[in-house]
Design a protein around this ligand. Structure first.
Ligand code: AVJ
Length: 325
């Protein structure tokens, strides 16, 4: 696998952005930490664990959908060659299913995973390899810089994958904005396959984000560990409790860490302490859930036509195939 790094070293102020964002988040009247900081090495490992527990149905359901459509998709798209672009690299598990489908259908595939993390990219490279009919070029960049790089390089038809209900981390307004930018960076006739977790029985949702193995709690607490390690924080992880619940008004799962006592947390990098009241929350994550009508509306408002919704037998999840119009 070839890796093209579009991020100049001087531009890569990842660590400082982290510090700045944490400082702002902990200074706000309602404390928060952005969900994008979950995924350091340990966080990625914990997320991997979450995807394997029974309670967290999302990954399993999506995998079964992709498995079902593996040979259907190439027949639908009828292409001799295709650029498959994935926004955010996972472990390559799910993309490999689709890639294999196209290869078996006799289609030449160039696979461009795009991710901001060069480490995640290197890991992906160990899981998924070039072979006859398949060429892989990892692009280390933000999504839109990566997309414009890919479309300048090749005139093949594109299929953009944005899987896992990663879109659920964006609030409703930003999802639309994001999809409009996606549309703007694609040619007419390009395809997108987007994973959406559906609204469902609240007990099912709640279990998925409060798994019995406690991985979700560890995943959340890992953010405090990250602040301890990278910014010289002094969080005592035992004094915070994970609270995940469904907010039916907003249609989203919400994750918080709640301080179990009144405490002051000194953070070396900032040379100061942050006060927590007893039972004060830190907001960590939204995972928005969708109705089919929400998905239709998003497609229409962002310049796509729905080709087909693919769902599992329980209708827990939809991978929706869109065409840019
Ligand atoms: C990777 C954003 C899709 O929201 O379900 C899993 C992350 N958070 N358990 C999700 C997550 C808690 C996950 N996404």
């Amino acid at each position: 696998m070839k890796i093209s790094n579009l991020i100049e070293d001087h531009q890569w102020a990842g660590e400082d952005t982290f510090a700045t964002d944490i400082h702002a988040g902990l200074s706000a009247p309602i404390k928060s930490i952005s969900a994008k900081y979950f995924y350091d090495d340990r966080g990625s490992e914990l997320f991997q664990k979450i995807t394997q527990v029974e309670d967290y149905y999302l990954t399993r359901k999506e995998y079964s959908i992709l498995n079902d459509i593996q040979s259907v998709l190439p027949r639908k798209l009828k292409l001799k060659e295709i650029d498959i672009v994935e926004l955010g690299v996972g472990d390559g598990h799910k993309s490999r299913l689709l890639i294999d489908g196209f290869l078996e259908g006799g289609c030449q595939v160039k696979f461009y995973p795009i991710d901001i993390s060069s480490k995640a990219m290197e890991l992906l490279g160990t899981n998924i390899r070039d072979r006859p009919g398949l060429e892989i070029e990892g692009v280390v960049a933000d999504y839109f810089a990566g997309l414009s790089y890919v479309s300048k390089k090749s005139k093949r038809n594109q299929l953009v994958l944005f899987l896992g209900s990663n879109i659920g981390n964006f609030d409703r307004g930003f999802s639309l904005e994001f999809l409009r930018s996606l549309r703007a960076s694609l040619d007419k006739g390009a395809y997108a396959l987007i994973g959406f977790d559906l609204k469902k029985d609240v007990r099912v949702l709640s279990k998925a984000y409060n798994d019995g193995e406690g991985y979700t709690e560890q995943f959340n607490l890992n953010l405090l560990r990250r602040i301890n390690n990278e910014l010289g924080g002094s969080f005592d992880l035992d004094s915070f409790q994970h609270h995940g619940f469904y907010n039916p008004r907003l249609g989203t799962m919400e994750s918080y860490l709640v301080s179990l006592k009144s405490q002051d947390i000194f953070i070396d990098r900032f040379g100061k302490s942050f006060h927590f009241e007893e039972f004060e929350p830190i907001h960590l994550e939204y995972s928005f859930k969708f109705l089919e009508s929400d998905i239709n509306r998003l497609a229409e408002q962002s310049g796509f036509r729905i080709v087909e919704h693919f769902s599992d037998s329980d209708r827990y999840f939809i991978d929706s195939l869109w065409e840019a119009v």
